[in-house]
Design a protein around this ligand. Structure first.
Ligand code: AGP
Length: 614
């Protein structure tokens, strides 16, 4: 998820663009850049790694004149964060400059085609391929920029929100969107362009939200023109923005955490994009194909992580052992790094980290690598320290996670683990073709099922009010749902400050059941799968001691709904995919309990988003 800003009007563009980028830094911040057509009609592109402030330092004493420009703050998906990969990207003639938010899935094919025609590339991004393609089509067919953009986008598969400048046309910006948001602000003799209205609202409240497949022709002194890829014009619907800037940064939600819970369907779709094929009958992780022998011949996998990522690792263990019959150990990175572990070149170590900067996990990776292990990363922040320390890996592509309590990163990690286990199992032939196809198909439906669960938000908000009194919670689950119980407990304790513990449901009778009384809420993940009957009897044991049971059940369950105090019904899925469904109501429960208690949900006390110290 990147941030795009554009301006054309009578004012100096640069200050407006930089301020707009700062408003959008929550969308991504590993590099930033700006393209300006100067008063001398030069097309100047300036880019820098790091936050927008780095870009400001970089342009000191440079020509930042001009009243037309585009700017971009990046969240890397293809290509490490560096100035070469930062946007805007020049075309080879340096007469075009383009910025892009999204993923071009067929960029490799398009790049090969252009290289065969002599085009050279300065970056490893999918975005540079697009600007080169536009130039190639423009020059080859002697077209204007709009026509070249229309033809180029017809060849693109994927998601995009783009803006393009042409050096010889300092009065026009061409912008287009498909699956990534783009908003045009309409001012007095000036236009604004942005990924959302946040950078625009201080100048105008009149906006046009572009629809998928639409192209905006933004021309100084003319009305906004909107056409589609076939050049059919439509009348833009001008709307009035009513939200304030703070609300806009959170997508209209009161907290980043709720925004990130709610955007999980889209994020999981992005995580699977280009990895599960359109017919959902095949899944491929490129890292597995590149290092197939190493991974398939591993004596065992050792997963190292912390916190929520460690919970994802427990699910990864279950998936890999179940599908691939490879032994897997899951280690707290902080313990692993100090106990002189038995690790050698026959081991594959999987490091999981949303931030890619967790000190304990990075140290565990370095230790394992020093002993010859092969390191596979599952991270979110492209180009961060942990991915750079690994031999290979798979990014989860869920976009920046701002809320300290991890939500979409967890489901993204579990999704990548599921695809990893499926890809390996297919290579090892340890899973039947039928079972493989059934799981891949069901996995492709998970985003839709998550959307169904998210409709429970208001109901969960209501029931959360009941439990703000509680000082202790217990979370129970079995099998794939045991790590979900741990994750639900961690979510609650870290943002509501209520003590919560997760246990394997069967462990209750080995001590914790002594805690049960009428004051103790017990959350039980009791979806209809392999161990349902066992969980049912665990619930009966709790009810016999007057415990308050909140059960996550499969919709239509008529047994537990007669026993539990509260039932939250979720769509049926396969047991191995249950964590992706059952986690969501627990995220919502923890969020709403914390909100009811008036807690600082996005920045809970004592915590940091990335624990870069021991
Ligand atoms: C989870 O909600 C917490 N924020 C924390 O446990 C987190 O998962 C842990 O610090 C690991 O962070 P990482 O995934 O960035 O390495």
């Amino acid at each position: 998820m990147c941030g795009i800003v554009g301006y054309i009007g009578k004012k100096s563009a640069y200050p407006i663009l930089i301020k707009g980028l700062k408003r959008l830094e929550y969308r991504g911040y590993d590099s930033a850049g700006v393209a300006l057509i100067s008063e001398q009609q030069q097309l100047n592109v300036y880019k820098a790694k790091g936050k927008v402030s780095e870009l400001e330092d970089f342009v000191e004493n440079k020509d930042i004149s001009g009243n037309i420009g585009i700017a971009h703050t990046r969240w890397a998906t293809h290509g490490e964060p560096c100035s070469a990969n930062a946007h805007p990207h020049y075309s080879s003639s340096e007469t075009l400059a383009l910025i892009h938010n999204g993923i071009i899935e067929n960029y490799a094919v398009l790049k090969e085609k252009l290289q065969a025609k002599g085009y050279e590339f300065k970056s490893s991004t999918d975005t540079e391929v697009l600007v080169q393609l536009i130039e190639y089509i423009k020059v080859t067919n002697n077209l204007d920029l709009l026509s070249a953009v229309q033809l180029a986008l017809n060849e693109v598969i994927g998601a995009y929100a783009i803006a393009v400048l042409e050096k010889d046309h300092p009065d026009e910006i061409i912008a287009a969107r498909k699956s990534s948001p783009l908003v045009v602000g309409i001012g007095e003799d000036e236009f604004f362009l942005a990924s959302d209205a946040t950078p625009i609202v201080e100048y105008t409240d009149k906006v046009v939200y572009l629809e998928d497949g639409e192209i905006a022709v933004i021309h100084r002194g003319k009305d906004l023109k909107v056409v589609n890829l076939n050049n059919v014009e439509s009348t833009p619907e001008v709307k009035q923005v009513v939200m304030n800037i703070g609300q806009l940064e959170k997508g209209g939600y009161p907290h980043f955490m709720l925004k990130e819970i709610m955007e999980q369907p889209d994020c999981i779709y992005d995580c699977m994009r280009g990895r599960i094929n359109v017919d959902a009958n095949n899944v491929v992780l490129s890292a597995v194909i590149d290092y197939k022998e190493k991974l398939l011949n591993a004596k065992r996998f050792v997963i190292v992580a912390c916190g929520t990522s460690w919970h994802a690792g427990l699910i990864g263990k279950h998936l890999i052992e179940s599908f691939c019959r490879i032994p897997v150990e899951v280690e707290y990175a902080s313990e692993f790094r100090y106990r002189d572990p038995v690790i050698d070149e026959t081991d594959v170590v999987i490091a999981i980290s949303q931030s890619g900067e967790t000190a304990d996990t990075l140290a565990a990776v370095e230790l394992a690598k020093s002993r010859g292990a092969f390191i596979y990363g599952i991270c979110n922040s492209v180009g961060s320290s942990i991915p750079r320390a690994t031999h290979t890996g798979s990014y989860i592509h869920v976009g920046p996670e701002i809320g300290v309590a991890s939500t979409k990163a967890f489901t993204g990690q579990v999704t990548v683990f599921t695809m990893l286990a499926l890809t390996l199992a297919k290579e090892k032939k340890t899973i039947s073709e039928d079972e493989y196809l059934k799981i891949v198909k069901e996995l492709s439906h998970i985003p839709e099922k998550m959307k169904e669960v998210l409709k429970l938000n208001d109901g969960i908000a209501e029931l959360s009010k009941i439990f703000t009194y509680a000082h202790n919670f217990i979370y129970l689950g079995r099998g794939y749902s045991y790590p979900v119980a741990l994750e639900g407990a961690l979510k609650l304790k870290e943002i509501s400050y209520i003590h919560a513990e997760g246990y394997p449901a069967a462990e209750m009778k080995h001590g914790p059941i002594a805690l049960i009384d009428a004051e103790m809420p017990v959350v039980v993940i009791a979806t209809q799968n392999g161990l349902y009957e066992k969980v049912l009897s665990n619930i009966q044991e709790i009810k016999a001691r007057k415990g308050k049971v909140i059960a996550i059940v499969t919709e239509g369950d008529e047994i537990i709904s007669k026993i539990a105090d509260i039932c939250i019904e979720v769509p049926a899925s396969m047991e191995c995919l249950d964590p992706l469904i059952a986690t969501v109501p627990l995220q919502l429960l923890s969020y709403h309990v914390a909100v009811c208690k008036g807690m600082d949900v996005d920045q809970p006390r004592n915590l940091a988003k990335s624990v870069t110290v021991e």
